[in-house]
Design a protein around this ligand. Structure first.
Ligand SMILES: Nc1ncnc2c1ncn2[C@@H]1O[C@H](COP(=O)(O)OP(=O)(O)OP(=O)(O)O)[C@@H](O)[C@H]1O
Length: 330
């Protein structure tokens, strides 16, 4: 039986602006086990990046953690990190237990700061001996296929693919249990995407990281590495199942059209052909009533317009939030 590494329980996190409130993550629950890769997919703006910040407890205004719990297993003990402030989570857990490669990380490196300065900064903030950490960084650079000399260089001297590998090397120096990667391959060419995914999976195999939360809108990429998949729609999880189950037979109508709108080599998916999702993603300031997907759903029923379907286990290991699968309706 696998142990839970991270549990997110009914979390709501909203962007509270002067006159409006964007319900970016709205009642989301899931868990990540030790030794697994969980993919998170969904259209642009559905709340994936916000969810990564919630899991990392990187809550910065205007984002507000409204409700729910985030629990992380650290040093064999479950810690409710959502009850701590950002500074405490940063000091106690960032880098050591949980780390993040934020969206566009490779382009966010300051051009005037040498790669090794990031390592020195990490050493200072965790009160670790600088030389000791630099030695670890050299080793980790080699493990991701970079010569240690690149530590002495500026980010602009490295190619995009090298920069992204440098980012993951530095982010994992302290062997964190959970790595969150937010769209880590979207800015890379196909060759570098493959290299990066290989590095990522090697890190897991070697036990440098235990589990990975891989956020992307690119199903073709995530299907290569994920054990389970979360499908988000308009701030909510609509389906959470094993990768092979979703590929074979997506249950939620949104998952069905999402999977039929991408090209993947699986014969089951190919057979179903390509479809396009009608309409546009909803506005999260004032989302639709009931099921948020109902205005675009090809299988919409009366109940969908009024009542929100809960995320429920409908087959062993398969959770879906859709009235089509609820006993109350059928
Ligand atoms: N700082 C902010 N202030 C107000 N609204 C925000 C802010 N950041 C994001 N949002 C809104 O929150 C919602 C979720 O955004 P988020 O970036 O989490 O989605 P996403 O699925 O990661 O999108 P993408 O794939 O384009 O990165 C969107 O409606 C977005 O416009």
């Amino acid at each position: 039986m696998k142990e839970v590494l991270l549990a997110v329980e009914n979390v709501r996190a909203y962007y509270e602006l002067e006159k409006i409130c964007v319900k970016a993550v709205d009642g989301v629950s899931f868990e990540i086990f030790e030794d697994e890769v969980v993919g998170v997919v969904g259209e642009s703006g559905c709340g994936k990046t916000t969810l990564s910040n919630v899991v990392f407890m990187n809550i910065v205004k205007p984002l507000k953690f409204v409700d729910g719990r985030v629990v992380l297993k650290a040093n064999g003990k479950y810690e409710e990190i959502s009850s701590m402030n950002r500074e405490e989570v940063r000091k106690r857990f960032w880098g050591k237990e949980i780390t993040i490669i934020p969206q566009s990380a490779m382009n966010a490196l300051m051009p005037t700061i040498k790669m090794e300065s990031y390592v020195k900064h990490l050493a200072q903030s965790h009160e670790i001996d600088v030389e000791e950490l630099l030695d670890k960084a050299k080793k980790r650079f080699e493990e991701v296929g970079l010569k240690p000399m690149w530590l002495k260089r500026y980010p602009f001297e490295l190619s995009g693919g090298m920069r992204q590998r440098a980012v993951i090397a530095i982010a994992t120096i302290l062997n964190p249990s959970l790595l969150i990667a937010d769209e880590p391959t979207s800015a890379l060419d196909v060759v570098n995407q493959k290299v990066f995914l290989k590095v990522l999976m090697q890190m897991k195999k070697q036990g440098i990281v235990k589990s990975i939360m891989f956020i992307t809108h690119d199903i073709a990429t995530v299907r290569q590495i994920a054990d389970r998949m979360i499908i988000m729609y308009a701030g909510k999880i609509v389906e959470f199942s094993k990768m092979e189950d979703i590929l074979k037979k997506p249950l939620h109508p949104y998952a069905q059209v999402l999977f039929n709108s991408v090209l993947t080599p699986e014969p089951e998916v190919k057979k179903r052909g390509i479809t396009v999702i009608p309409g546009a993603p909803p506005n999260l300031i004032n989302p639709p009533s009931g099921c948020r997907f109902h205005p675009r759903c090809p299988k919409v029923m009366e109940i969908c317009k009024a009542d929100e379907p809960p995320l429920r286990e409908v087959e062993p290991g398969r959770k879906v939030a859709c009235w089509l699968y609820m006993e109350e309706v059928v």
